[in-house]
Design a protein around this ligand. Structure first.
Ligand code: UD1
Ligand code: MG
Length: 450
């Protein structure tokens, strides 16, 4: 029997003080919503329904972008979490498996925790994910009796006795679809907030003699984002975990606290990452690479033994084969750099292909953009590109060719040829000395006049 995820993402997130819907704010380069979808993905859900409200069109785009099978339903007025889940009912018409409700603003629920929740569903009709809160604050409280969850009481509705409970509601709940939607029909807005609470479901289930239980997880997993400060905490939490994971998997981080990972960064063992390296989304680095200080990588692949930086920038589509060297102040975009090729100093390589063993001299630029179109530069194997060559694309350099320093290459160069494309040098004997004398005399004269 399959599982359906319902992800609640309709809230505005007033405290974010943002035009962007809260669930689209990013942690580690991905919207909060995507983190929630990814943790839910561990359950291999048959269906995913996202309940959107504020900024629904943008939320829908983000959800579909991640998983085009995700369905997005609208909740035009935010009348409460119970009301939000009800909105998913039509989308799940005919579905008779289990439903797990997640919040789109709660990015850190671990897959293992959701697996435990799914397992507990074998025992109980309704299962809620709870946590022992260091400071229970305004969380809903779980009122238990032995293994049974008697009911959830929202903070606003709780008396002092209930407020003293430290076992809190994370918001994650599991039940089979028919039971859940049936119980939700009975939920009213007769409470302190005037909202339809999802949290009324366990109490209603108990009243019908159904079995209810709690699965506990560490508080850190239930971290929700309501403000920019929370977002910063979430980012820090993500980074701390990502660094620990990298170290644990055999990656050397010279100064771990200075390295920033994206949600999907993959790094092989025996790679060394120097201080202040930033990974944007979509980076894979194979084993035994060296990423030197102050480099910025996104949407790229770095193969075994390659060295990048210091101060290098790899942009989307940069593909470095084994043992490639990309040095300081080089930028590479949408370019395949083949094995052992070197781009060591101050270069821009965009929309290009560079053959194995080729050396790109300092200050070389692929002039890939004519103001309207992008064009490709293709460079063969074992080519020597002289320093400060401008490669005006589209252009090709054949294998074993060379360009002279300072050349502006506008035509293809055949294999084995040397291209020189610059003004010829002319030396004027003694002219520099005579110029200096003349200029100095002019300066002295103007001082006297002043
Ligand atoms: C909720 C729980 C509370 C729990 C806490 C954990 C209820 C009634 N209370 O309280 O027990 O301890 O979360 O953080 O469920 N949402 C919608 N539509 C709505 C209302 C909310 O999509 O009409 C979404 C929000 O965008 C958010 C999530 O549901 O992602 C939770 O809503 P929120 O208003 O934050 O609930 P809390 O008051 O924090
Ligand atoms: Mg909340």
């Amino acid at each position: 029997m399959g599982t359906a995820l319902i992800i609640l993402a309709a809230g505005k997130g007033t405290r974010m003080k943002s035009d962007l819907p809260k669930v689209l704010h990013q942690v580690a380069g991905a919207p909060l919503l995507i983190h929630a979808m990814d943790s839910g993905a561990a359950l291999d859900p048959e269906r995913i329904v996202v309940v959107a409200g504020h900024g629904a069109a943008a939320v829908e785009r983000a959800a579909k972008d991640r998983d085009d099978t995700a369905e997005v339903v609208r909740q035009d007025q935010q009348l409460g979490t119970g009301h939000a889940v009800r909105m998913a009912r039509p989308a799940l018409d005919g579905f008779d498996g289990d439903v797990i409700v997640l919040y789109g603003d709660t990015p850190f629920i671990r897959p293992e925790t959701l697996a435990a929740l799914a397992a507990a569903r074998q025992v109980h009709d309704v299962v809620v994910l709870g946590f022992e809160a260091a400071d229970p604050g305004r969380y809903g409280r779980l009122v238990t009796h032995g293994d049974t969850l008697e009911r959830i009481v929202e903070f606003k509705d709780a008396d002092d006795h209930v407020r003293a409970i430290t076992l809190c509601n994370s918001g994650v709940l599991a039940a089979d679809a028919a039971t859940l939607f049936d119980l939700l029909e009975a939920v009213t807005d007769d409470n302190a907030a005037g909202e339809f609470y999802l949290t009324d479901v366990p109490g209603l289930a108990r009243a019908r003699g159904l079995s209810t239980g709690v699965v506990r997880c560490p508080e850190a997993e239930t971290l929700g984002v309501n403000s920019r400060a929370d977002l910063a905490v979430a980012e820090a939490t993500f980074q701390a975990r990502a660094r620990a994971r990298a170290l644990d998997s055999g990656v050397t981080l010279v100064a771990p606290e200075t390295v920033v990972f994206a949600h999907d960064t993959v790094i092989g063992p025996d790679t060394v990452i120097e201080p202040y390296v930033v990974f944007g989304p979509g980076v894979t680095v194979e084993n035994g690479a060296l990423i030197r200080a102050f480099s910025h990588l996104e949407g790229c692949h770095v193969s075994r033994g390659a060295q990048v930086g210091p101060y290098a920038r790899l942009r989307p589509g940069a593909e470095l084969a084994e043992d490639v060297r990309i040095g300081n102040f080089c930028e590479v975009k949408n370019a395949l750099i083949d094995a052992g090729a070197k781009v060591n100093h101050l270069s821009y390589i965009g929309d290009a292909q560079i053959g194995a063993g080729t050396n790109i001299g300092a200050g070389t630029i692929t002039c890939n953009y004519d103001g309207v179109f992008k064009h490709r530069t293709e460079i063969g194997r074992n080519v020597f590109v002289g320093s400060s060559t401008m490669l005006v694309a589209p252009v090709r350099l054949g294998d074993d060719s060379m360009t002279a320093s300072g050349s502006v290459i506008t035509r293809d160069v055949a294999a084995g040829d040397l291209a020189i494309a610059r003004g010829r040098q002319e030396n004027k004997p003694g002219l520099a000395r005579r110029m200096f004398e003349k200029l100095k005399a002019a300066k002295a004269k103007s001082r006297k006049g002043a």
